[in-house]
Every structure is written in structure tokens, then in C-alpha cells.
Write a protein that binds this ligand. Structure first.
Ligand SMILES: Nc1ncnc2c1ncn2[C@@H]1O[C@H](COP(=O)(O)OP(=O)(O)OP(=O)(O)O)[C@@H](O)[C@H]1O
Length: 243
């Protein structure tokens, strides 16, 4: 198992945000966490990347307990995150933002930069533009590209579709599939449960800090209860994604 989150409890002051969450991510998978606002999805990702401390429980990466490893070391170990709200450096150019992702390494940086440009041709076209002047969708691509420049074993994506027009949302999900096809494991947090379940292999449903369901993504897509709660209410079945 690449990543194992075992019964984690996380607090903001006295507020319990996660009350015993367990999630497993196997090498090569796309796993998604879905759930309503405030369910604890972002907190789960932040805890994995080391931005939030655990009250109890464990996080194992390649079998090693990383619960107390600082965040910057987790990046070096292969845990890359594209945060909610993007967090790019607005005053830096696109290419400078991308190099920031690779600041701790020297090997194959140019090759990886080319690969990011290959995934996101728009970033190559705009490489000398200030990050802060890019459109919302372009900034999202930049944030994902920068996370890829850390050469992650697992890429944590927090709401990559947030605030994007439908056409761009489609594009972002296609790119997530392509990133996975090229060998990166993905843990995806999404409000857009329908799309997330279409690109994911497996999914966990979070409710108020707890996992209430976990299953193959295709099973959840066709589950009437899940459809009613998270997929806009329609109970009709959806064809599984091709392949
Ligand atoms: N900085 C904070 N201080 C206090 N409480 C917080 C903080 N961040 C999150 N919380 C609380 O922790 C719980 C989980 O929040 P979290 O952001 O992880 O949920 P989420 O599922 O990602 O929701 P959303 O989809 O709205 O981002 C919520 O009750 C939230 O109010």
C-alpha cells in the first residue's frame, strides 16, 4: 500500500474536524474523497501533507509512519499537493512558479518541465506571464503543474475544478486521468462528485469527519442514496466510464 491513513483524529482547537478517518491509496490508483461542505475532505489532505497535526491515528507512506515527519520532508518523500485556492506565487512568472516546485531537486528538472508543458500547452505559451495575471483555469493548471514538478509518488489534489467553467472542468478531469496514466497515483478531493467518481477507481464518502462509505467509484455512481445526496438527486443509473 502506498498511502495508509489509519483512524486519524484532527482538531481545530476544540472542534473535532476528523473523528477516526481511515483511507487507503494503492500505487497507481485514483482515489477520491467526496462529501458535503465541512465533511473534512480538505483537512484530510492537509493532514497527509503535514499542514495539520494529528491528535491521534497514523499516516503510513510506503509502510513507514510519517505522522511526525514535517511537511517539507513529506514533499521530498513523494507527497505532492495542489492546494485548494491554488496558492501560486502571483508575482512570479509561470516558469518561475514551476521551478519553485522543483526547488529541492536537481535531477531531470528540465525533462519534468517539458512534461508539464506537454500536459498543459497553455503553460508553455504563457511561461513568461506573471502567475497572478493568469485566468482561474490557467492558475489551476499552474498549481497542478507546480505540484507535478515535485515529482510526486502521490499527488493530492484539492478541488481542482473549483470556480472553473464547464469546458475547463472537463479538461482538468481529462488531465487528471492522463497524469494517472503516466504513472502518478492521485488522491482527489472534489465537490464535483459526479466527475470525480467518473475518473476515480475507488471513493470514500465523508460525513462530518467520518468515512460513511467506501466502494468502487462506479458502484457509488450508480448508488441511489449517493446519487440523491451528492450527485444532484437523480436516481437514474449512469454508464460506467470506458476502459
Ligand atoms: N482553520 C479552521 N479553524 C476552525 N475550524 C476549521 C478550520 N478549517 C476547517 N475547520 C472545520 O473543520 C471541519 C472540516 O473542514 P474541511 O475544510 O476539512 O471540510 P471540507 O470537507 O473540505 O469542506 P469544503 O468542501 O467546504 O472545503 C469543518 O467543520 C470546518 O468548519
Amino acid at each position: 500500500m502506498l498511502l495508509e491513513i489509519k483512524d486519524i483524529h484532527v482538531h481545530y482547537g476544540k472542534i473535532a474536524a476528523l473523528k477516526g478517518v481511515s483511507v487507503e491509496v494503492d500505487e497507481g490508483e485514483v482515489v477520491t474523497l467526496i462529501g458535503a461542505n465541512g465533511a473534512g475532505k480538505t483537512t484530510t489532505l492537509k493532514t497527509i501533507s503535514g499542514l495539520r497535526p494529528l491528535s491521534s491515528g497514523q499516516i503510513l507512506f510506503e509502510g513507514k509512519d510519517i505522522s511526525k515527519v514535517p511537511g517539507h520532508k513529506r514533499v521530498l518523500m513523494g507527497i505532492g499537493q495542489s492546494p485548494e485556492g491554488r496558492g501560486i506565487f502571483p508575482g512570479m512568472t509561470v516558469v518561475e512558479n514551476l521551478y519553485m516546485g522543483a526547488f529541492a531537486r536537481k535531477d531531470e528538472v528540465e525533462k519534468d518541465l517539458q512534461e508539464v508543458y506537454d500536459l498543459f500547452p497553455r503553460l508553455a505559451e504563457r511561461k513568461n506571464q506573471a502567475g497572478g495575471t493568469m485566468s482561474g483555469g490557467e492558475q489551476q493548471m499552474l498549481a497542478i503543474g507546480r505540484a507535478l514538478m515535485t515529482k510526486p509518488r502521490v499527488l493530492l489534489l484539492d478541488e481542482p475544478s473549483m470556480g472553473l467553467a464547464p469546458k475547463l472542468i472537463q479538461q482538468i478531469f481529462e488531465i487528471i486521468t492522463e497524469i494517472n496514466r503516466r504513472g502518478t497515483t492521485v488522491l482527489l478531493v472534489e465537490q464535483n462528485a459526479q466527475q470525480a467518481l467518473q475518473v476515480a477507481h475507488r471513493a470514500y464518502v465523508l460525513e462530518t469527519g467520518k468515512v460513511v462509505r467506501s466502494a468502487e467509484a462506479s458502484a457509488l455512481l450508480n448508488d441511489p442514496q449517493v446519487r440523491a445526496a451528492y450527485l444532484g438527486g437523480g436516481a437514474e443509473a449512469v454508464a460506467p466510464p470506458e476502459g
